[in-house]
Design a binder for this molecule. Structure first.
Ligand code: PXG
Length: 290
């Protein structure tokens, strides 16, 4: 299929969607992004994703030439141009083209592009049987460095952690913060279930404030399941009854093993399965019409 890309205000063929080698997004990782899913002709939590994009932009002093509404429209236009009803949006804003040198003020105009495609983070059987995860030695950076809340184009920490996990034969890696508390996986938030209660680390422990993470809070409230934030160590995951991961790309997936320790009985647990079923229903029953 010949994909169509939204680039700086126009829909162009994939082969024509080109970014300058002088773009600071490429030269310095100076830029931000969002990953958004759409299901059955509706974009899930579009407003929340664009709000988060603007917060990332603000943190990086990246002046956005597009409004919230214009960005939403660009996304919908890209999906329509590709004739899709289900898929994944990768929206990227770069600092733009500028001379060599870190100085972002060398770039007069940011660039934005929107890809509408598909993403598969894990093979299908892991959604049924659960995922095996290993702890990575690569830590999530402290908020004293770049805040983990900024969804920036600097993903090398996560990429290196992912490589560690893959080399260890696992599909996903658990990342700790500098203090050794659980932050998140390389592209997903982490949840455990203990005695019927759902627990997840506060985002101040080094995770992204995930949109899907918030959906789990909403679903727990709807289903009358108790949920709260709590700092977690690896011990808390080893000894949990159940665990699962969430993310727009990952969706919701059970985690059944960490560092060779089976979590609970090593099978996806009942609370996780209930939440995963409710998540699949929710994503198909709300959203912005394309
Ligand atoms: N943590 C990190 C570090 C992420 O990048 C999440 C958690 C989940 O957040 P949401 O808001 O999606 O529930 C993410 C999500 C990609 C890609 O290639 C993007 C993410 C993860 C994996 C791949 O677009 N971001």
């Amino acid at each position: 299929m010949r994909r169509k890309i939204w680039l700086d205000g126009a829909i162009v063929e994939e082969a024509e969607a080109k970014i300058s080698v002088f773009d600071h997004g490429l030269l310095y990782g100076d830029g931000i992004f969002e990953g958004i899913r759409f299901y059955e002709g509706r974009v899930f939590r579009l407003g929340e994703h664009i709000e988060r994009l603007f917060l990332s932009a603000k943190a990086l002093l990246l002046k956005m030439p597009w409004s919230h509404g214009e960005i939403c429209e660009a996304i919908l236009e890209t999906i329509r141009a590709n004739g899709l009803t289900d898929g994944y949006i990768r929206l990227v804003v770069t600092r733009g083209k500028g001379d060599l040198g870190l100085n972002p003020y060398l770039c007069p105009e940011p660039s934005m592009f929107v890809i509408a495609s598909a993403i598969t983070l894990y093979p299908a059987e892991f959604y049924e049987n659960g995922l095996e995860v290993v702890t990575c030695s690569t830590r999530r950076p402290t908020p004293a460095s770049l805040s983990p809340q900024v969804k920036s184009l600097n993903y090398l920490n996560n990429v290196m952690a992912k490589v560690e996990a893959l080399k260890a034969g696992a599909k996903e890696g658990l990342m700790l913060n500098e203090q050794g508390y659980v932050a998140e996986c390389t592209g997903d938030n982490v949840f455990v279930v203990k005695k019927g209660e759902v627990l997840t680390p506060p985002v101040s422990d080094g995770s992204l404030d995930g949109i899907t993470r918030q959906v789990i809070f909403d679903l727990c409230e709807e289903l009358g399941i108790s949920i709260r934030e709590s700092s977690l160590t690896r011990y808390d995951i080893y000894t949990a009854d159940e665990a699962f991961l969430t993310g727009t790309a990952a969706e919701t997936i059970p985690m059944v093993k960490l560092d060779e320790r089976e979590i609970g009985d090593g099978k996806p647990g009942p609370v996780s399965l209930k939440l995963i079923a409710a998540f699949r229903k929710k994503v198909r029953s709300e959203g912005t019409v394309i």
